[in-house]
Design a protein around this ligand. Structure first.
Ligand SMILES: Cc1ncc(COP(=O)(O)O)c(C=O)c1O
Length: 453
């Protein structure tokens, strides 16, 4: 029995308007087609509402914080209001700090830079590199990939049980995997961390665009996400959470904006008083449009309602899964099982196909933009593929013959702006490629598969 809900069903809302929905792209086989953007997990298109808000503000743009003019004051208000709006969106505690950064990667590197001395860090090997790698200067424990959410909690519990409960510790965990889309048991992991005197940071890069995130309900200490995955591609990200570690550490960047008072000493040196607010880690001129656009996206998603957005995304996920269910060559990647709750991110391999070749054909012959590779989560994808980390395939000829292991995967991802038609086209194209093969010839160029002409 189909679990699909018809798009006309009132429980499934229409897609939110995004930019680029009418853009056409050329096909190698001739003609043009509307581009189907199915790489939301990398970067989502801007919401029309975000674009309109930014355009309406643009004439009033002015310097933030230090300008005396009217537009400077207006821009400063807008920037600080954006901070409040995003903190509300994340349901932060009253005394949390919210720092505007460049991205999730920047946010997690900022947190890594303010870790107290001797801090131990615990991170699953399944993390995106942005969450896996910033902790190299700390004492890091990498935890093996769990195969169930319960195993994730048990693995963390075991690792934390062995540590000195008096020293500082941080657990870093993703809310939704950028490879499998699966939701992680964040609340339970936070409880485990706190029970052992550790803190926890949530990488919400893939969660926040798809699901409500409540810092208080999940009881996480920090949360990080990026504007460009939340329909606000103007170069800003967010780190929000406990103020103490942020306040006690050296500024992430030294410079204007972070410093309250700078004086020359008698011995010729310079003394600095740093701000204790979020400004401490926002040195330089802030990206007011980036911050404003994130706040605009937060409002748009809240007004659309996450219940309906989640329902729509589930409907699209089922469309993909059911549409390819009778294609035995397609194998979806999953840690927690095919039925585990997930966001609109699905990775798969196709027996008999090099993933780069398959993705290139989807683009060149059907105008469908997906992603192939290891998705900046090399250990996780290799675990899921069971592949040898050292081998690298050439495209063109199928390299994963029946019974052989693929070296890369293909990822299709979507969200609030995705129309049914894009997903339907993807399913039809994938089925046709598996059945008939590519119509064009492809070659490898700089490690990527491209049409031969
Ligand atoms: C789970 C996850 N964390 C972190 C990041 C890094 O985000 P950014 O590239 O915006 O810093 C990504 C990007 O794909 C991601 O999927």
């Amino acid at each position: 029995m189909s679990v699909l809900t018809a798009a006309s069903d009132r429980s499934v809302c229409a897609p939110l308007p995004v930019l680029g929905r009418d853009v056409t792209v050329p096909l190698v086989t001739g003609g043009e087609v509307t581009y189907a953007a199915l790489d939301y997990a990398a970067s989502a298109p801007a919401l029309q509402r975000v674009w309109d808000d930014v355009a309406a503000y643009a004439p009033y743009y002015g310097s933030v914080h230090r300008g005396a003019g009217y537009l400077s004051q207006l821009s400063t208000d807008l920037f600080e209001n954006a901070r409040r709006t995003v903190a509300e969106f994340l349901d932060c505690r009253a005394d949390d700090q919210l720092v505007f950064t460049r991205s999730t990667t920047d946010s997690l590197n900022l947190l890594a830079a303010v870790l107290p001395a001797g801090c131990q860090v615990f991170v699953f090997e399944t993390e995106h590199h942005a969450s896996l790698l910033p902790w190299q200067d700390a004492e890091v424990t990498y935890l093996d990939a769990p195969r169930t959410p319960e195993q994730a909690v048990a693995t963390l519990e075991r690792a934390l049980a062995d540590r000195d409960p008096h020293g500082p510790a941080l657990v870093c965990v993703t809310g939704a995997s950028n490879v499998t889309g699966e939701l992680w048991p964040v609340r339970e992991l936070a409880a485990a961390a706190h029970a052992h005197g550790a803190r926890i940071v949530l990488d919400a890069a893939q969660l926040a665009p798809h699901h409500p995130v409540s810092v208080q309900d999940l009881d996480v200490d920090w949360v990080a996400f990026s504007g460009h995955k939340l329909y606000a591609p103007f170069g800003s990200g967010v780190l929000a959470g406990r103020a103490d570690w942020l306040r006690e550490a050296r500024p992430y960047l030294a410079g204007g904006g972070a410093s309250r008072k700078v004086t020359r000493r008698a011995d010729g040196g310079v003394d600095v008083e740093w701000h204790e607010s979020a400004a401490r880690h926002e040195a330089g001129s802030p990206n007011v449009i980036g911050a404003y656009s994130i706040a605009s996206a937060c409002k748009a998603l809240t007004e659309a309602g996450f219940d309906t957005l989640v329902a729509r995304e589930r409907y699209l996920i089922e469309k993909v899964r059911e549409g390819l269910a009778d294609v035995p060559e397609v194998r979806f990647l999953s840690l927690f099982g095919d039925d585990a709750p997930r966001v609109g991110v699905l990775s798969f391999v196709v027996e008999g196909w090099n993933s780069s070749h398959f993705a290139a054909a989807l683009s060149a012959e059907y105008g469908i933009g997906v992603r192939d590779g290891l998705f900046c989560a090399h250990p996780l994808v290799r675990t899921l593929l069971g592949s040898d980390p050292q081998t690298q395939g050439e495209c063109g000829a199928p390299e994963a013959a029946p019974g052989e292991k693929s070296l890369n995967a293909i990822r299709v991802s979507f969200g609030a702006g995705t129309p049914d038609e894009h997903v339907d086209r993807f399913v039809a194209a994938a089925r046709e490629l598996v059945r008939d093969g590519a119509k064009w010839n492809y070659r490898t160029e700089d490690g990527r598969c491209v049409p031969a002409v």
